[in-house]
Design a protein. Sequence first.
Length: 341
Amino acid sequence: MTDLTQLQQQAETELAASQDDAALEAWRIKYISRKGLIPAAVKQIGALPPEERAAYGQAVNRLKQGVQAAFEVRQQAVKEASLQAELTAEGIDVTLPGRRPQLGRLHPISRTLRQIYDIFGSMGFQIYTARDVETDETNFQLLNFPKGHPAREMQDTFHTTVPDVLLRTHTSPGQIHAMRDYHPEPIRVILPGKCYRYEQVTARSEMMFYQVEGLAVGHSITFADLKGTLHAFANQLFGEGRQLRFRCSHFPFTEPSAEVDIDCILCGGKGCRVCKYSGWLEILGCGMVHPTVLRNGGYDPDIYSGYAFGMGPERISMLLHGIDDIRYFYANDARFLPQFA
Ligand code: DAH
């Protein structure tokens, strides 16, 4: 006759020592499967004298149930322990900070444009957006560059398959559109936008670049207004105390015309590599709107006068940030662009 107490102790001890699924399965087969020791003990009831059967039956049933319950508890514990071991082995470190998504930011030229808008906006200029695709007439003829005019050679042009339709080479044709729109009201606008030239790309010139044109038309506007406006602009953008130098120049659509330099923001005018030891940096072209251009825009030059200017934001951004190659702006190099937060 099986000693039930001993069987129970032995089953419990071995169960407690079973650390994994394989050991548990071996234990299950040994003790509680159909051919296991416990069903065998149950079967022994039949071999007992009738008066002992009831007590033995109760004891063996209690043993069977107790051991079955202990097996289930142990099974659960082994499962949890193995899950825990797996997690530790895979080394998931929940304290590691998450990866920040990359945030986009403004392109350096957009930033420079916004600085320019802010300054002229504070002086009462509106932003006038003109088209990128122009005609030979608006890009050149109405601005006093007749066909064959040598000044056209400075602006090698992307033509389209449609005769006389081209990509604007400068923002100046916007002057014609603005004048025709505003006439006969006075005008104070800046005209920002992209321009296109069919040119060799170098450190100093791109095929596509921005310009910001300025135009003021009204009564009694003089060169002094132009000088005062540009002086205020340069002082706000490049810092107080900037000096401006107006050099005689020529543009077909202005008369007189000038190019404007500021004293070098790097060496303060002493002369350095950036200003090519001249002490001056060119920042824009300007002049009084040519009478023919005023007339082409619908304004009588005997009654109205105006000034215009045009600048390149890439060049201005290069000066402000010490960038020495214009090609960086549109090469989409993720090492360059994020430097301008
Ligand atoms: N359109 C000229 C260019 O692209 C720049 C310019 C010069 C614009 C003088 C002006 C100006 O309005 O007055 O070279």
